[in-house]
Ligand binder design. Structure first.
Ligand SMILES: [Fe+2]
Length: 497
């Protein structure tokens, strides 16, 4: 059965779906050369529209994940994109139609999210609703996709991008928002951190009932150490953390979620700026050790994505772009019937730092730059070990939000930096950058930055590769995709060397 692409903001411009699976071997390099010393893959996933849902609407996070992979070896690039064949995807393929209904997918407006409960029937009974559509990260030799809520992590082969299946350690994880639909139907954050040397993965799940957060330390052998945070001050959208040599640092911010709100015809997400920001220092190597809770008097603000952290002279410095409010729609801004407005059109963020005095627990917030920026990344070999170099997508203020147009590199110790403007007025989406080291043992920040750029109005995509020695000279290489690159929020590099 054919159907038109719905006229909705979530499917327009850079969000137009890439509705096919492609293999482009030996991609055209339109400028420069792919560094011969690079060997690895750059993977991203994002919610991609395939067909109308059963309820006829298109909840933002109800769309299935599609993985995009750019494999670089011997100076050549091969691109593939594949649907991630989750249990939900396979069920809907079998019937050729949308099979799921959610409590928050029938509003027909900005409230449709598909984070509520599934209205189960004889078809969806026992089928995980996971969509694998927010992030994909390397673990145990596979790329692992997560939707944060709804289902367990899914492993993807790094070359073929074939779906290998639900990770074998999923039964050891905890549930997220939802009752598991089947054995092993758990959840996992989209933004875990890992220790490059040990291979340990630091993750968690969260929910709107106590315990609001459960930490999961996943070891390379697939064993999992878990801890319920029964002392958590309130439920929070626990989207990201910082990793230090000693702690997993989890912020409790007043961006909350509650399935009961859906019954009141509200979006599942809420912004409650009257709640204090509380920071949990969770011992990373002794997950059952004492957690230090730091209740701050920081004014209402929101860090969606962390950059990294340093601990020096008794001070914990937590870096990341700081938003004035979460870039998600709330009833304060939208009325019934309004179309969704997405992310960076709603709110703006600038690079900032929360500093915590480890003796007194006093916390302060500073803005480190006037430039709007988000999507912070680092040299991930140094997760949890302190850092110097931070990478972001920069932009300019646009109405209540920001328009992203550049790559920004910042020395987080001196705050000096470089910027390269990737686009000016052309319609294009500058997506999240990723760092790839020059060699496996090169110093922190020595290597390349790969930036996906969707020139969606021209129906083409591009990967720009920058050398961290000097990004102001522009990309050392441009790799072309002869079609529009689908939108993806996040991704990571897997090194093959
Ligand atoms: Fe994210």
């Amino acid at each position: 059965m054919g159907y038109p692409l719905p006229e909705e903001n979530a499917l327009k411009g850079p969000f137009q779906p890439m509705r096919f699976e492609a293999t482009v071997e030996e991609c055209i390099v339109t400028e420069g050369e792919i560094p011969k010393d690079l060997a690895g893959g750059f993977y991203r996933t994002g919610p991609t529209w395939k067909r109308p849902t059963r309820q006829g609407n298109n909840p933002l996070l109800g769309m299935d994940g599609m993985v995009q992979g750019l494999v670089l070896r011997d100076g050549r690039a091969d691109f593939r994109n594949r649907w991630i064949r989750t249990p939900k995807y396979l069920l809907e393929e079998r019937y050729g139609r949308g099979m799921f209904e959610w409590t928050d997918a029938g509003f027909g407006d900005w409230r449709d999210t598909a984070y509520g409960d599934v209205k189960r029937d004889r078809f969806t009974c026992g089928i995980s609703q996971g969509r694998a559509n927010v992030n994909i990260f390397p673990f145990q030799g596979a790329m692992v996709a997560s939707s944060e809520q709804g289902g367990p992590p899914i492993a993807v082969d790094p070359i073929s991008l074939d779906t290998k299946g639900i990770v074998p350690w999923s039964p050891k994880l905890s549930r997220g928002l939802h009752e598991p639909a089947a054995y092993g139907d758990t959840a996992f954050t989209a933004h875990p951190k890992w220790d490059h040397q040990t291979g340990t993965l630091y993750g968690w799940t969260y929910r709107d009932v106590a315990p609001y957060v459960t930490m999961h330390i996943v070891h390379p052998d697939g064993s999992v150490d878990s801890r319920d945070l029964w002392d958590a001050p309130y439920n929070t959208v626990a989207h990201d953390v910082w990793l230090t040599p000693q702690w997993v640092v989890m912020p409790f911010q007043p961006f909350t979620l509650d399935r009961k709100r859906i019954e009141k015809e509200l979006n599942i997400w809420n912004w409650q700026p009257e709640l204090p920001i509380v920071i949990a220092l969770i011992p990373r190597d002794d997950v059952h050790g004492e957690i230090r809770w730091i209740r701050t008097d920081l004014s209402p603000q929101y860090i969606m994505h962390t950059m990294s952290a340093n601990v020096e002279d008794g001070k914990l410095m937590l870096d990341g772009p700081i938003f004035n409010r979460p870039p998600f729609p709330f009833e304060q801004d939208f009325a019934a019937g309004d179309d969704i407005t997405l992310f960076f059109s709603i709110a703006k963020s600038c690079l900032g730092r929360w500093s915590v005095d480890l003796e007194t627990g006093a916390a302060k917030s500073e803005q480190l730059s006037d430039r709007p920026s988000e999507l912070p990344k680092v040299d991930e070999r140094f997760y949890g070990r302190g850092y110097t170099w931070g990478y972001q997508v920069g932009g300019v203020v646009k109405r209540n939000g920001m328009s992203m147009n550049s790559l920004v590199v910042t020395n987080m110790r001196t705050l000096s930096g470089q910027e390269y403007q990737i686009r000016s007025d052309q319609p294009a989406a500058v997506l999240e950058a990723t760092f790839a080291p020059r060699s496996p043992d090169s110093p922190e920040g020595d290597g390349y930055i790969i930036v996906p750029v969707s020139w969606w109005a021209d129906k083409r995509g591009e990967f720009q590769i920058f050398d961290t020695h000097d990004i102001t000279k522009g990309p050392i290489c441009r790799i072309e995709l002869p079609f529009m690159m689908g939108w993806t929020p996040h991704g990571h590099w897997m090194d093959f060397r």
